[in-house]
Ligand binder design. Sequence first.
Ligand SMILES: Nc1nc2c(c(=O)[nH]1)N[C@H]1C(S)=C(S)[C@@H](COP(=O)(O)OP(=O)(O)OC[C@H]3O[C@@H](n4cnc5c(=O)[nH]c(N)nc54)[C@H](O)[C@@H]3O)O[C@H]1N2
Ligand SMILES: Nc1nc2c(c(=O)[nH]1)N[C@H]1C(S)=C(S)[C@@H](COP(=O)(O)OP(=O)(O)OC[C@H]3O[C@@H](n4cnc5c(=O)[nH]c(N)nc54)[C@H](O)[C@@H]3O)O[C@H]1N2
Ligand SMILES: [Mo]
Length: 828
Amino acid sequence: MSLSRRKFLKGLATTSAASVIGPSLLMQAARAAEEVSPYASDGVWKVSGSHWGAFRAKIYNGKVQEIKPLEFDKYPTDMLKGIKGIIYSPSRVRYPMVRLEWLKKHKYSGDTRGDNRFIRVTWDEALDLFYQELERIQKDYGPWAIHAGQTGWRQTGQFHSCGNHMQRAVAMHGNFIKKVGDYSTGAGQTILPYVLGSTEVYAQGTSWPDILENSKTIVLWANDPIKNTQVGWQCETHGSYAYYEQLKDKIAKGEIKVISIDPVKSKSQNYFNCDQIYVNPQSDVAFMLGIAHTLYKEELYDKKFIETYALGFNEFVPYLEGKSKDKVEKTPEWAEPICGVKADEIREFARLLVKDRTQLIFGWAIQRQQHGEQPYWMGAVLAAMIGQVGLPGGGVSYSHHYSGVGIPPTGASGPGGFPRNVDEGKKPKWDNNDFKGYSSTIPVARWVDAILEPGKEIRYNGNKVILPDTKMLVVSGCNPWHHHQDRNRMKTAFQKLQTVVTIEFAWTATCRFSDIVLPACTQFERNDIDLYGAYSASGILAMHKLVDPLYQSKTDFQIFTELCERFGRAKEYTRGMNEMEWLRQLYGECREANKANFEMPEFDKFWQDGVVEFGEGKNFVRHAAFREDPEINPLGTPSGFIEIFSRKIDRFGYEHCQGHPMWFEKSERSHGGPGSGKYPIWLQSCHPDQRLHSQMCESEEYRATYTVQGREPVYINPEDAKERGVSDGDIVRVYNDRGQLLAGAKVSDNYPRGVIRIHEGAWYGPLNEKIGAIDTYGDPNTLTQDIGSSELAQATSANTVVVEFEKFKGEVPPVTSFGGPINVGESS
Ligand SMILES: Nc1nc2c(c(=O)[nH]1)N[C@H]1C(S)=C(S)[C@@H](COP(=O)(O)OP(=O)(O)OC[C@H]3O[C@@H](n4cnc5c(=O)[nH]c(N)nc54)[C@H](O)[C@@H]3O)O[C@H]1N2
Ligand SMILES: Nc1nc2c(c(=O)[nH]1)N[C@H]1C(S)=C(S)[C@@H](COP(=O)(O)OP(=O)(O)OC[C@H]3O[C@@H](n4cnc5c(=O)[nH]c(N)nc54)[C@H](O)[C@@H]3O)O[C@H]1N2
Ligand SMILES: [Mo]
């Protein structure tokens, strides 16, 4: 009998029932004193939760006055300080707005898009226009002309999850183009199912207690958990930080060695005070091949493990030895000039990896680059050669920096959400499934290609994709004018679009480049429920509405109900339930699903208390079942084994992703790589320490705690700065052939020569709508390259980019990113 992994996990959940602790009584006693009924609207503390953690908010005079972390959160993030500024931001979308030229001249496309001139209209006018445009596109073109597939980091709350609301409503009207994959792990989640049988990136990882107990060496490979677990996909618990504290202690005592492989001294490295192996940016695969060569030549690798658990080592070895096509032996000496690590140090590191129990833990930024599939595949090959996959504290992880992976999971079920699709048995108003030969689903990061080159055939993961001819875009719960690459290319593309509708609460650059903007309210202005701990399932949080929707904003639920009214489907959309009825239902279903293992109170009690806790979790070891018996518990790969060589990928015949992991030179690379003559500096656009992508950038007071002369910081090595006459606090111009931006210099030893960082999510603030206009605030995607990782994943390659910078001379233009549209009047 063969057990699937899912069944195996399910089995775990059931057997753990006996050891499960019911919801604790902590809430009632300890906090009764300050608990005031959440139903009261003023002068009270209310419980809610967010990507930044669970918190209590004090409401007074109809305003949120104070936010403090919930008592369970022992390691709250500083970012809680930014929440008030999201609600009361001068960049709030206040009213329904329509782009001036679009409205007055019915000029669909054109070069004034992005001039930020808008007219205020009534809700009815705005929704009528939205509806008319959906009708026009379905009638004149077809489902291939509308793209409503982009989604992203919508706020927490399962019911109001805004992408679902948008997609359900648009789907009830007609079919549309959707996406596959995401920006986070596009390359990783595509390659790893071929290699390890699951995406791995979104999988539960070995529990920290097991790692702390068993690992002797932990390699943080391109991984900054101290920075990146401040936020979570659902309401974050920050439970990982208790383990980080223990790890720090063990490092200090010499019990565990942690090595950060990173060009930068990361926040984690500084926190742990651990070792670092500096590698040149984008060169990790060369480094890894040097390591594999050593393990092979010195016969240090685990032959038995490879024989029992892996496939295709024999096809890979000739490449290592220089006996395959390229005739280059991948010695440490070969790797040294590429990766910048001395050959002897590579050998020493290889020996260390097999000395004792070693846990490899990868971050995601190294797969957000050209050929981003390769470092992940090669990571799995190294793990197979080390031979500890499936052992506690050994093997390879691709997820420990994310949303509390590694906190022992309780196995409880979280609440479901608002449905994303049309109800079963129902058809859209425009029941047209003729995509005219275009693909109805495209790789997420290739949507701008589609606008610019409709009809183009691209290769993707063994398939052909024909890029659809997009005319209309509907955006909700994501900010494409932050998340996508190459702003000036996007400007060119957006001039071709006829209609862009954005539903938002913050006047982002996406609003600026839209035609119709509908004001949504924030999560703090509606009631919801969500899981506390995305991977640990630590509890359920009541997300109490703190204040009424500001200005003319409405919940996404309300907005799309009113849109559906226009084609007589509102009742079907809402299923006849209002917000609180939905919450009761979702909670009730969750309670039912958990009945056997976890006691949950009635809804009213839960809503009053604010939290249900599921108690302690149970330790988990990734790949343990596979290690125990690979026949009974095979991996999800075609062979069931770790595939060092993939016959399937080999047969695709791709140039940039072949049968086994390989080193490929990048189209742009610093430290002597292509493009570095003219542009010697690598720009890394890592995830921000003090934001969630572009969210919270609008939070004025909080933003002021990190900006430099009002600009986004650019982190620069002291020597590089000196060479260019740049001092800490200066405004610098960063540029390449794709664009230019202004940012504020922060000179820091944490950065090596030839590397600068600007955090992603800095709000784009073009001086004007013209192609090439300088970005006044510092959005790194003004400079990044919009190319697919390879034919396999077609994922974003945001980190494959070189630039130059200089001290900015001349008159400094004001920052244009914030404060909303230029309001040029009202409709009537
Ligand atoms: N250069 C570079 N680019 C990157 C990355 C990088 O590393 N480097 N990282 C990539 C990654 S991993 C990711 S995940 C993406 C993130 O890209 P996004 O998910 O697009 O980023 P966010 O800034 O979180 O955008 C969410 C938007 O949704 C809005 N929103 C939130 N909640 C609601 C709601 O309830 N209703 C409505 N109507 N709107 C809401 C917010 O105001 C915000 O503008 O960026 C990618 N882009
Ligand atoms: N505070 C905060 N936390 C977040 C987010 C956020 O916006 N803010 N976003 C969340 C999301 S959506 C995601 S996808 C994850 C992102 O998680 P990741 O993609 O893992 O995070 P990054 O911060 O982009 O990069 C992590 C480290 O990779 C290193 N690095 C980059 N390129 C290379 C390379 O070529 N070689 C090596 N060896 N190292 C390299 C960087 O220097 C950095 O220290 O974070 C999540 N957590
Ligand atoms: Mo992400």
